[in-house]
Ligand binder design. Structure first.
Ligand SMILES: Cc1cc2nc3c(=O)[nH]c(=O)nc-3n(C[C@H](O)[C@H](O)[C@H](O)COP(=O)(O)OP(=O)(O)OC[C@H]3O[C@@H](n4cnc5c(N)ncnc54)[C@H](O)[C@@H]3O)c2cc1C
Length: 422
């Protein structure tokens, strides 16, 4: 069955989310610093009561499946929720759905021991703590096979040495999920690395510097150095050599949620632009009456609807197949399209707002920067385009003949064999 309808009961929840985010959550965006700074006294004062309302409504941390103790909403419903609370910077954390904690909690739920779940997963799901995913290294991020950080077994411990780069929220995190080389000589390089839990208070973790980008509230992407950091043997997540498999657990859903939040960001830019062009007057008429302006608005709207369909289809396929590998082309396509859509729509919004749009009194430069951010974080667009194309080409056999079977004279000969002229 194929339907674009949302179940009326769930639509009522989505409507509630929209009203709640607009009225209660969005004002925090212009008031507070980093969303992950749960130690800020104002976070306690303003964010905690909102989180409580979300919990009472039964909409808290919905990303885990029932097998992992979650509500089992599935990707389609999660996508629709992210579309609503993604309009606000604080939306995800108010709903217990902020990256990288969502993905990290999925890893911990899948691979953690009961003690690790009690120590890290439960407080993470309650947002009593936040976490960090440390995979990228300073010398290169697009090719994970270049990672050099090593974990060496020493008695009952692992000793981690190396550097990590752009590890988001590290300075607020109580726990790091760290990818490190455990078998540098592995025949299959994709079996050379493992994933580890590293509690933030472990001696030897050095903060080299925190980075930021234009429009962010405060620096929050850390360059970290692990100086022979010792963790217990059982802090490995999954089996030795399984880091790539473990990492996949967090990526599929995360990319869809990011996509719907990017859609929400872009939609908000367009909503604001419609308000502006309807009010701005020049050369005898409103901007909204000028056809070149209308064309820009129409192009944005169409692009947003296309992207929404692509993403919701991928979410629907995820629910149907329950197999991220089987739909990796769809997920990669979503990942490729999301920075472009946010880029195009936020640029149009900035431009149609004129000088005001460019100013730091408006959010558009930040959204534009975010478009570059989502084109890099979790791998650059080029790498994901390769995935889309490789999947297309996977089962293609080169024809034996120099000329393809679909050349007209061959196709006609085949057709005449099938439908002889008596
Ligand atoms: C805001 C932000 C937050 C991040 N958070 C985290 C985090 O929490 N944890 C973490 O581990 N990492 C994080 N990252 C790092 C992110 O995963 C890397 O930036 C990304 O993988 C790209 O690696 P790089 O920055 O080293 O770029 P490089 O590998 O140096 O690539 C630079 C450029 O080269 C081109 N390129 C690369 N590969 C190819 C190719 N195969 N074909 C064609 N062109 C190519 C692309 O244009 C690319 O943008 C974050 C990044 C950003 C921007």
């Amino acid at each position: 069955m194929w339907s674009f309808q949302t179940d009326p009961d769930f639509q009522a929840e989505l409507d509630w989310i929209r009203r709640f985010v607009d009225a209660e959550v969005e004002p925090l965006d212009s008031l507070l610093g980093s969303q992950w700074n749960i130690h800020d006294i104002r976070f306690q004062k303003y964010v905690r009561p909102l989180q409580e309302q979300v919990k009472q409504r039964g909409l808290w941390a919905c990303h885990l499946g029932p097998e992992l103790g979650g509500k089992g909403y599935g990707q389609l419903k999660l996508a629709l929720m992210n579309e609503q609370f993604g309009r606000s910077r604080f939306g995800p954390i108010v709903f217990g759905a902020q990256a990288p904690d969502t993905g990290n909690s999925e890893i911990l739920a899948h691979y953690g021991t009961p003690e690790q779940k009690e120590r890290f997963l439960t407080p993470l799901l309650n947002n009593d703590i936040v976490s960090c995913f440390a995979m990228t290294e300073p010398h290169g991020g697009s090719d994970p096979l270049l990672l050099k950080t090593q974990a060496i077994a020493d008695g009952g411990e692992w000793v981690i040495t190396g550097e990590k780069w752009f590890a988001s929220n590290a300075r607020f995190a109580s726990v790091f999920i760290v990818m490190a080389v455990t078998d540098p000589d592995a025949e299959n390089p994709y079996r050379s690395m493992s994933m580890f839990i590293v509690p933030a208070e472990t001696p030897g973790i050095e903060f080299v510097r925190d980075y930021t980008y234009f429009g962010q509230a405060e620096p929050e992407h850390a360059h970290l150095r692990f100086n022979a950091v010792r963790i217990p043997k059982d802090h490995m997540l999954g089996e030795k050599g399984e880091a790539f498999t473990v990492a996949q657990v967090r990526l599929g859903g995360g990319r869809l949620h990011h996509a719907m939040r990017a859609l929400a960001e872009a939609t908000k830019c367009l909503d604001l632009t419609c308000q502006r062009v309807a009010s701005r007057f020049t050369k005898g008429e409103r901007l909204s009456e000028k056809q070149m302006v209308q064309e820009k608005l129409a192009d944005c709207w169409i692009q947003l609807r296309q992207f929404r369909l692509l993403t919701l289809e991928a979410a629907w396929l995820a629910d149907e197949s329950k197999d991220w590998k089987a739909i990796k082309q769809n997920i990669a396509a979503v990942k490729v399209m999301m920075p472009k859509v946010l880029h195009d729509v936020s640029s149009t919004a900035l431009h149609l707002h004129g000088s005001l749009g460019l100013s730091t009194e408006m959010p558009f430069s930040y959204h534009l920067m975010n478009s570059y951010m989502i084109g890099l974080a979790d791998g650059p667009t080029e790498v994901h385009k390769l995935t889309v194309a490789k999947e297309m080409l996977r089962d293609i056999e080169p024809p034996a003949d120099q000329f393809p079977d679909y050349i007209y004279h061959k196709a006609r000969a085949q057709a005449e064999l099938k439908y002889p002229a008596d």
